[in-house]
Design a protein. Structure first.
Length: 344
């Protein structure tokens, strides 16, 4: 509530002393209508405060609203800010400020992930600690991180950010609000690897080909990864990372890696179910998809061409930033007791 004018008290005091409205106005250099309204308000309400007003209060960040907001979020933490604001009869921005600044809470997007058991979380903590010790003193900058991802010919859709500002739903629909989806779109699996100062060529695995241990070793590791890494690193030491996918942890693949690659993070050393720790998963793939799949493609060939173009445009500065986040994420995972992490 806005504090009453300091002249209100003087107006009432002079009024009680018997001074006329005109003289009070001249004495305090206040408009006569203000003097008259102040006296009338005091006589009706018995206070110098403002009259009760309709609509939102001047400030919504009151103790009462904080308590009510905290209780509402405890009952249902999935409630949207819009609904919380409507229930509290305050503006949406006021609700955001209450939640973020007063309650010190943040809103996180729900995400699909493998459910982590307490045992998995404990393993994540233990392996993160070992990796932190092993790759201290900036040694993480020479890790080659690898991963696979499925891309489809359909347009990618970020429900949080893909919006259209128009005057009506009809106009929005006519200008591309509806993103088409089919039950079984053409797709291609892509393998890639990055390090802090470079990236391998992309490898495309056709839709009808299953990526088993033989294909993974012969067509990816032997033909692409090793020649690229030897050329890129030269005499420098480097370490190869891969997750625990069946083709990766097959004995024939693990044995090949131990004999052909200078250093590896074995399948028993990488934290299980940890896309939140791989730079390709927590950073690179989303950027690649947003650029290459901003519109739908007519064919796999068109999709692959677009992916190659977006890949070639990804600069070293971005790769360095993505890889540099790795130690922070290890520490964040430990701090979260092995739970999944989001933005770090």
């Amino acid at each position: 509530m806005v504090a009453p004018s300091p002249k209100r008290g003087a107006i009432i005091m002079l009024h009680h002393a018997g001074m006329a409205v005109v003289k009070i106005s001249k004495r305090l250099n206040v408009n006569r209508s203000v003097v008259w309204r102040t006296i009338k308000r005091f006589e009706e309400l018995g206070t110098m405060a403002d009259r009760p007003r309709s609509g939102h209060p001047v400030t919504a960040r009151t103790d009462s609203n904080r308590r009510n907001m905290r209780a509402a979020i405890r009952r249902n933490p999935r409630e949207s800010i819009l609904k919380l604001a409507k229930t509290a009869n305050i503006a949406t921005m006021s609700a955001w400020r209450l939640v973020r600044k007063d309650l010190n809470l943040r809103s996180y997007r729900c995400q699909k992930a493998h459910p982590l058991t307490p045992e998995m979380m404990q393993i994540r903590v233990e392996r993160c600690k070992r990796l932190l010790r092993r790759f201290s003193a900036a040694r993480h900058l020479n890790i080659v991180f690898s991963d696979e991802k499925l891309f489809t010919i359909e347009q990618s859709l970020n429900r949080q950010n893909n919006r259209i500002i128009v005057s009506s739903v009809r106009e929005a629909n006519s200008r591309g609000r509806i993103v088409g989806r089919t039950s079984n779109p053409a797709r291609v699996m892509v393998w890639a690897s990055i390090t802090s100062d470079g990236k391998s060529p992309l490898v495309f695995v056709p839709q009808n080909v299953k990526l088993n241990a033989k294909i993974y070793k012969e067509d990816i590791l032997e033909k692409v990864l090793l020649p690229w890494a030897r050329n890129h690193f030269g005499s420098r030491q480097w370490t190869f990372q891969q997750d625990g996918a069946p083709a990766h942890r097959a004995n024939v693949v693990q044995q090949w890696c131990r004999t052909q690659i200078p250093d590896i993070i074995a399948s028993t050393e990488w934290p299980p179910y940890s896309p939140d720790l791989n730079p390709l998963d927590y950073s690179i793939w989303s950027v690649l998809e947003s650029k290459a799949c901003s519109t739908a493609h007519r064919s796999i060939a068109s999709l692959e061409q677009s992916l190659q173009k977006a890949w070639s445009e990804m600069n070293v500065e971005y790769l360095r930033a993505a890889v540099d986040a790795f130690p922070r994420r290890l520490r964040a995972c430990i701090a979260a007791n092995g739970g999944l992490i989001e933005n770090v």
